[in-house]
Design a protein around this ligand. Sequence first.
Ligand SMILES: Cc1cc2nc3c(=O)[nH]c(=O)nc-3n(C[C@H](O)[C@H](O)[C@H](O)COP(=O)(O)OP(=O)(O)OC[C@H]3O[C@@H](n4cnc5c(N)ncnc54)[C@H](O)[C@@H]3O)c2cc1C
Length: 462
Amino acid sequence: MINLGKDLSRLLSKDKVKTDPEDLYSYASDSIRYYAKNNPDAVILPSSAEDVSTVIKYANKNSIPVTPRGAGSGLAGGCVPVDGGIVLDMKRMNSIVEVNRGNMTAITEAGTVLSNFHRAVEKENLFYPPDPQSMSVCTLGGNIATRAGGPRGVKYGTTGNYVLGLEFVLPDGEIINTGGTCVKNSVGYDITHLMTGSEGTLGVITKVISRLIPLPPCKKTIIVGCKTAELAAQIVSTITANGAVPAMLEYISQGATGFLNSYIKTPLISEMEAYLFLELDGIESQIENEANKIRSICKDLGVSDIRVIEDAKEAKSYWDARSKLQPILQSFFKKLIVEDVTVPRDKFPELIRALPEISAATGLLVGAAGHAGDGNVHPSVLLGEVNDETNKKSEEAVDMIINEAISLGGCISGEHGIGLHKSAYLEKSIGKRQVELLKQIKKAIDPDGIMNPGKIWTREAK
Ligand SMILES: Cc1cc2nc3c(=O)[nH]c(=O)nc-3n(C[C@H](O)[C@H](O)[C@H](O)COP(=O)(O)OP(=O)(O)OC[C@H]3O[C@@H](n4cnc5c(N)ncnc54)[C@H](O)[C@@H]3O)c2cc1C
């Protein structure tokens, strides 16, 4: 007869095992407020890969589901333990083992909070660009497992572009190392990048080897007010087509600007249908050149509100406001569904055009903010009241958004992953054959299906 709490306390130590209902409750959901029907049966806080291995061997032997969890900041339900079992909370594994200036690489434990990692490498004049807006809480392990991105994706790519190697624990408990500190590696199948985006379904990431680049010496923020959403979309595609590559190019729709104004010195103008927030980085002459190019594109397109922010503190206030947008909206509305779709960059205007139509068709507020420079938009469906009717309408709105992205040649997730939220759309997005391949890979690595069951594809489609 198994007794999870007792068994695991004996195998590890008591302080690493939680079984009190009030502790377990907070592990039943993620940031989009997906809840498991029941609490997990136990939460484990490992402090080493060996601890993780011990837990997984025990779970494997007793067919107990295991759900890895970073900070629980995910927006697709990935860390929600839908079948109960064990949640592995990785946040005690938070050491930055090495920052190697000569090789421009770093080794960190998977529970390291992203902003702590940013600070550590920047002290060495190095740069780790991936910047999910949850960076003050989310972990590197969670970022890799969801292949997270952020505003800087437009110039620098996303988390997957910076993972050189991993230490992870397989579903049978064996600890393995893939990739390494070499920046080139062409040895067999790329298991490192198979784990990247695997959402905790293939094993538990315990250590990460990351590629770093030199820290850009200068940056400049430009804020552009656009009379129409279409104009904003046109500016985005013209900037891209003209070869200017901002480090960040964010789109903010009219509905959101009012919420940001309490953070910003010179308020955004409420009549503008959209704002673009841009950051340029690099050496000074390059920034000047790009700023001039952007200014002249905006002027040619008839923009009157162009703010080039010289003061670093003021620039930070715009970016702080941008990164707080989702929590701010969450505090004003009863329910917020943040979508995450990506379209080819030249289709960005069409996606933006479709949103008011979706709003009109469902009678719900549909706002948009997103990393417009790389075609990744986060339309949000905002509910003032939550009842059966608004819930049904919000599902319709989400369905329309996702279908619109697919019809434009886009993909159903740019950075949040599939989790529970998008599993019903997987086959439509990548086709039956690819879904079968994913399942075969899963079966080969996790034959008993103990790792994060219920995620990525729907059970009916099994
Ligand atoms: C305010 C806010 C802003 C956000 N902005 C962005 C953004 O700009 N870009 C973006 O990409 N995302 C964003 N997100 C979503 C979220 O922060 C990211 O998905 C993040 O990468 C999740 O990290 P986490 O540590 O919280 O992982 P969790 O939410 O705990 O887990 C996410 C998934 O990863 C798996 N996992 C976690 N750790 C491990 C591990 N060590 N080994 C194996 N699997 C693991 C889990 O099982 C789950 O499937 C935002 C979320 C919020 C709340």
